[in-house]
Every structure is written in C-alpha cells, then in structure tokens.
Design a protein around this ligand. Sequence first.
Ligand code: TYD
Ligand code: MG
Length: 457
Amino acid sequence: MSKNGFYICNECGFKSIKWVGKCSNCGEWGTFDEEISSTSKNAVKNNLSMVELSNKVVSFSDIQLEKDFRYKTTISEFDRILGGGLVKGQVVLITGNPGIGKSTLLLQTAKEYTKYGDVLYISGEESPAQIKSRGERLGINSSNLYLMSETDIQNIYEYVTIKKPKVVIVDSIQTLYNSAFDSIPGTPTQIRECTLKIVEMAKKQDVSFFIVGHITKDGKVAGPKLLEHMVDAVFQFEGEEGLFYRILRSQKNRYGSTNELAVFSMEEDGIKEIINSSEFFLCEREEKNIGSMVVPVLEGTKVFLLEIQTLITDVTIGIPKRIVQGFDRNRVQILISIAEKRMGMQLGMKDVFINVPGGLSINDPAADLGVLISIVSIYKNVEISQKIAAIGELGLRGEIRKVFFIDRRLRELEKLGFKGVYIPEANRKEVEKNSYKLKLIFLKNLDEFLERVSKDG
Ligand code: TYD
Ligand code: MG
C-alpha cells in the first residue's frame, strides 16, 4: 500500500502535506491530525456497467413518495425537535459534553422505538452489562432491544444489512473504526469514513441512526466539520453544571426546522421532558418588581417566556461595566445608547448588569423593548407589575418595530396568566383580527412608553 500521509485540520478539513501548528485556512491552533490518503487491501475499484448505471437514474415523475411516516416516542418534546418524529433512514447526530446524558436519553428513546421493531444499541464505551444496569434503572425491559459491543464499522455494516433493525444507536462515533484505513479511532479520517458507511447503510436499508458525537472543550464536534454536513440532523444536548435541567437544541434538520429547543430534566430514573418550559423558567417571581421584565422569545417554532433582570450601580472604579448574561452584549450597548439619547438617562457613570436567569440565551430582537424597560424601571425606580410583559424590537430613533409571530407570543402569555403586554403599534392590524384575554398596550415609540409609565406609575 502506498503510504501517502498528509495532515488535515480537524476544524475546517484543510489539507497540508506537512504538519503545521496553525491552520492557514481557519486560523485554529493544534488542529492537525495525520491522515492516510489511500485505502489498503479492502478497497476495490467499483465501476458500474451502463445497465447498472441507468438503473440508478429515475425519472422524476416515477418517484413514489411514501406517506410521511415517522417513528414516534412518548417523549413529545423529543419528537417535536425531530420535526414530528424520526424519519426512516434518517441519520441524527447528537453532540454534547461527557456526562450530560446523551447515552441516557438515547437508551430511553431506544426503548420507545422497539414498538416498531428491533432496535440496536451499539456501544464502544460501555459493556452490555453496564448498559443493562443503566437500562434497569430506566425501567427498560424489552426483548426487541439488542445491545452490541462493537467498534469495527464493517462488522456493524454486516449485521445491520442482514438483521435490518429499524433504529440503530451508535455510541459514540469516536470509538468506531474502518479497518480499510490505517488511522486510529477518533481521527478525522475514521470519523469521516465511519459516518459515510453509516449514511450509506441508512439510505440503502432505510434504517434510522442516532450517532453520539463528543464535543471538544470549546463546544465543537470532535472530528472534521464534515461530519455535520454528512448527517441529516444535528442536535446539541447542553446543560450547565449544577443545574438539573438539560436543553436539546436542533442546529440542523433536513426533516424539520432548526433552532428548535426543548427542555428536559435529569432525574433519578432518567430524563424527563418539561413541556411547560415557560412556567419552569418563570418560577419564584414577586407580584411587583423593579428592574425586571418578561419577554416572550421565539426559539425555532416554540415560544419561551424569559425574565430579563437589570441592576444599575454607580461606577466605583475605572470604566463603567456592562456585564451581560443571556443576551447579546453589543445589543445592550445599543440599547443603553438609545436610553441615553432618546430617554435622557445618564448611564455614563453607571455599571449595568443584565441577566437572564435559567441559563438560556436570547437571540430574538423582539426582546429589545423588555431589556430597555427593565433598564428604565431600575433607573427611575418604578415598579412594574409582573403580570405585564413586553414585545418589540427597537430602532435607533427610539421607534418600536413590528415583530413576527406575534400571535404565538400572545397566546403563550395568555396561557401563563399574564394580564397585559406592551406591543408595537405596527402589529395592531394583525392582532386586532383576534381576541385575547390580555390587555394590549400599543406603543409607537419610547416617548409613548414614558408617557404611559408616568401615567400608570
Ligand atoms: P450519560 O448518559 O452517561 O452521559 P453521556 O452519555 O452524555 O456521557 O449520563 C451520565 C450522568 O447522568 C451521570 O452523571 C449520572 C446521571 N444519571 C441520572 O441522573 N439519572 C439517570 O437515570 C441516569 C441513568 C444517569
Ligand atoms: Mg455516554
């Protein structure tokens, strides 16, 4: 075998003939691993005859669509993230830090899929006995669930092709290897080749796969970025140390929408979904409050109610601090400038702290108004009823701009017993078609808001 070694960047897939410390393409350090470019004995040249080739080409009108069939579980939030269940032949990558609960979640869902047929759980990390003892804790007792301790993708290929399970779970991709390639498991070549094999199996045999992928300390999938392009869906399982809940986020989904987010809790007997997540994020609040505001933000297609808290203090030393958690810091700078310029507030010698409790981050511009109101409330020391929320994007002129999906946001507020909400005047036409149990307070700009605050107190 000719040994054409070269090096490939784990980050961007850039190739280099010699090892380098810094990738000249993406600028990352220490990301190069050796690769063997040519395959060994098992590689066979595989050209198709014209007859075989024309069998591979199908006329558009001849393609029969199967009714959108999806495997469902009793964990409705998990199904929702998948876009309404797992599609036949779909390959889903689940990433997350070690110990976050990937194996637990997948073992639980494995059990659910056994109602459709055989499910195969392949683990290169734990022995069947270890998986069984975990499974017993989760109340799993299904004869349709098969455990396999295997790391050679060729053996897995063989088994899956013959036995054709409905769903296969691979825990984890970093433990697999293809013996046709010389590199060790976990290297970019092996990750890429094993994933290719998995995708091939999935599409040829209509078997759905979940692949576990560990992530590096900076939150990236360990292995080439290519991995994310090869699979149909990428979900990240996240959580913060010390918090009992976990968030499953869809970053890519060919069969559903992205940026979906579901909340789970980690309990003694496994992972449980939290369906009413807004309630969960909003607990422990007082009737009236200074410096806090609730905003309904959109994550994918679901609305979450989150609280924004603000604290303002005099600068004690050095330059004023803007400490922001759970919101874009640059956005806060802009909002502070708007508050100074358009509302006459003087924040130049103040430290401003903004926090979104619960660990979620807001990316939705519709939260602008809520952030600004929480700043105004603490600055002017005005109490705001916690039964009132705010929706609106702010323009630099102090105008309050129209937001999308207003109906969904208002329904979520209604559901949780809110009494009123500040919303953009620009959304009036749209919302007046419907009826809400909420008092809608329309605002064109910040001057109108200030008028209201001084009137309502
Ligand atoms: P695990 O699924 O092994 O994480 P990963 O596969 O992402 O590395 O989860 C391990 C953690 O979960 C471990 O700290 C124990 C905890 N756990 C529970 O809290 N409840 C349970 O029912 C189970 C099985 C695990
Ligand atoms: Mg695991």
